[in-house]
Write a protein that binds this ligand. Sequence first.
Ligand code: CTP
Length: 410
Amino acid sequence: MSDPLRDKKIVFGVCGGIAAYKAVDLLRILVKSGAQVRVIMTRAAQAFVGPLTFEALSGHAVWTQLFGEQANAPFRHITWAEEADAVIIVPATANIIGKMSHGIADDPLTTFILAVRAPILVCLSMNVHMYENRLIQENVKRLERAGMTVLRPDTGLLACGDEGPGRLPDVEIMAEEVRSLLCAKDLAGERVLVTAGPTQEPIDPVRFISNPSSGKMGHVVARIARRRGAEVSLVSGPTVLPDPQGVSVTRVRTADEMFNAVMDIAEKATIIVMAAAVSDWRPVSLFEHKVKKEEIGQNLRFEQTVDILKALGDNKNRKILVGFAAETRNLEENACAKLAAKNLDLIVANLIGQADSGFGSDTNQASLFYRDGGNETLPLMDKGALADVLFDKVLEIKRKANDRIDSSLQ
Ligand code: CTP
């Protein structure tokens, strides 16, 4: 599956808040992802950023006036509304949500909004006291009741010097929300549990055993599952990656902690994707103080950690279980042995050691091995695209299993 933004028509409404400059970055991401973007600016927005910036980046004239020079297309609010695949309002100020929630139409943006039937994303940004005002909170609820998606502001230091909720969310988060609006919800009703990252098994307070997993694969699997409508839990080992938006995240350090977190969630999950690179060994005991180098040799003994995926496979029921195998040789033989030993439906295997595949990279070249003996080799693709393919395959496995049940009942 390609980026949901590709070739989509997005109408981008910019309002008059200090965060209007961030809308420029968001527009660049949307255009770079292949979207065709038309921009509408309110009068106040133009006091913060000039229309020329948005015109240059979108490649189209910006709509700023209902009457006057731009009135040569009197039904623009209707035609743009009909053509739009999605609409984003950024930053959505107290003023615009007040007008939108009460059906006021007195400028290009509000007039257009009333005619839109495509999904609308409202990205709030304002002073914390304005945001907490009961009238604003009620207006936000009205927008949600009208079917709009409202992205709540981030908490932090605001431009006015106050602290609290009010900051416009990160541009990547807003871009992901637009992708989510445009994406088919074919995982709706599924409860997906994903693990990601390495585990760390401490030796003493300053040393541990681990591996170079960056967590990118598992985090993107969680993001894509949520984008496609699943309820998603992510259990992540230590990584520098932020929590994916809309996903319930549990951060853990050791294999034992990951095991406990996974077992708490697994019972209710319908699909489990074990992308974590779990450490297979841990020191038998944890030293309270930093061990001196001359003592390490005599004192370091290891024991195996619990195999989380094997434990899940032993108790599989009707869940779909997906494993990962990073190998340096004998890819097929090793992957198929793990598929069988852990009772999996599918294993995603790749050879590590290549620059553009495996630990830390943004791309992956994987082969898929199935429970029924089938396999396929995928081309090099970015990890998001691989996550999409993976869920396409999981849905296929589920469909086949349901067909088998149906035909056995006939
Ligand atoms: N896995 C797990 N718990 C472990 C080790 C691995 O759940 N203690 C999972 C991984 O998340 C992955 C799959 O099992 O989905 C295969 O992991 P891998 O490390 O490749 O295989 P191992 O079974 O540990 O075998 P080996 O390290 O000997 O290759």
